[in-house]
Design a protein around this ligand. Structure first.
Ligand SMILES: C[S@@+](CC[C@H](N)C(=O)[O-])C[C@H]1O[C@@H](n2cnc3c(N)ncnc32)[C@H](O)[C@@H]1O
Length: 328
């Protein structure tokens, strides 16, 4: 389905019946494993995207404000070094921090096109309209797509490309597929393109755990929302109240795990898949990993993906990092 909003704004959707299949396959595969698991992309229906935006405003969630402060300090330098005329943003969400980069490109007189890519159709449409309004002459080409499967639908570059993958979303990939994914991004940069990668850094576990266990319970609502998605999309009958949010830092693997724990034994039917699933009392379903990085891990992952780290920007407390990389 294509939708033309105005002449400078175009949004294409590459999600369709196959993607309902993806959710079905993920549920069938994930809920029948010994450790039950679902991939995090299914959090982000319209409600999930709203909840994520609310998480970004929480006092415990240092990631968003820290990444923004790094962008504010270095956006001019990033734009000057890359000469970027277009910004491709993967997992763009509501693109609030993106404006810092777009402002710097506009100031440098290079800004031509913005390409937001997200599975959340509502956010891609909203962002495309809003940013085209805010930035005179900006062309916006939005993609409602799965960045793991649909990178081939990125448009041809219109000049030096800056591809941003912010918010620490790369941490949702387990190590092996993370490197594979980074390699696939390298192939979409073009000859003179750069990748700007936002990653949360390893730090005091107490600080990390607080960010995923906020006192207002917004992260818990976000986590539980995936059960509402399954109930709606696959006619499942999860009793959402019967599950509780769990998040802990795995000190050995240096990643956060988010899980949903059954408060007592549960029997669930997923009508659309003709699937019956049992949860023992206190059994957990893993819904997200969020890897934290050291400089060595970043350098190693980028190198293994055929990318050279050009500069690593961080904040004074080294909470978060933005890596600027290009094909080696
Ligand atoms: C952690 S949020 C980050 C949002 C924003 N970039 C930020 O920094 O605040 C992850 C974003 O990636 C999107 N997303 C997750 N998995 C995706 C996938 N496989 N393909 C496309 N978008 C995805 C979500 O809808 C969400 O907007």
């Amino acid at each position: 389905m294509d939708r033309i909003l105005e002449d400078v704004v175009e949004v294409r959707s590459h999600l369709g019946p196959d993607d309902e299949r993806t959710l079905a396959d993920d549920v069938l595969d994930g809920l029948t494993r010994p450790l039950k698991e679902l991939p995090p992309k299914h959090f982000y229906d319209a409600r999930g995207s709203e909840l994520f935006d609310a998480i970004c405003e929480l006092p415990e969630y240092y990631q968003t404000r820290t990444e923004r402060s790094i962008l504010e300090a270095h956006a001019d330098d990033i734009v000057a070094r890359t000469g970027a005329v277009e910004l491709v943003e993967l997992g763009s969400g509501s693109a609030t921090k993106t404006r810092v980069l777009l402002d710097a490109m506009q100031e440098a007189g290079t800004l031509a096109r913005y390409v937001p890519v997200d599975v959340s159709a509502s956010t891609v449409h909203a962002v495309a309209e809003l940013l085209a309004d805010e930035y005179a002459g900006l062309s916006v080409y939005g993609l409602v797509a799965d960045f793991e499967r649909h990178l081939e639908y990125l448009p041809e570059d219109v000049g030096p490309r800056l591809m941003a993958f912010l918010g620490g979303t790369i941490g949702n990939f387990p190590p092996g597929s993370r490197r594979r994914f980074l390699r696939s991004l390298g192939k979409r940069l073009g000859a003179d393109g750069y990748l700007l990668l936002g990653t949360d850094l390893v730090k005091e576990p107490r600080v990390i755990e607080a960010a995923y266990n906020d006192s207002a319970g917004v992260t818990a609502q976000f986590n539980l929302n995936v059960l509402h998605v399954l109930n709606r999309e696959l006619e499942a009958d999860f009793d959402v109240e019967a599950f509780e949010h769990v998040a802990f830092f795995d000190r050995e693997r240096e990643w956060i795990e988010m899980r949903l724990r059954a408060r007592e034994p549960q029997h669930v039917r997923v009508e659309a898949l003709d699937l019956e699933v049992d949860f023992a009392s206190r059994e957990e379903l893993r819904t997200e990993i969020s890897a934290k990085f050291t400089r060595e891990r970043l350098r190693g992952d980028l190198a293994a993906a055929g990318l050279e780290l050009v500069e690593l920007f961080t904040d004074p407390d080294e909470l978060f990092a933005l890596s600027l990389a290009r094909p080696a």
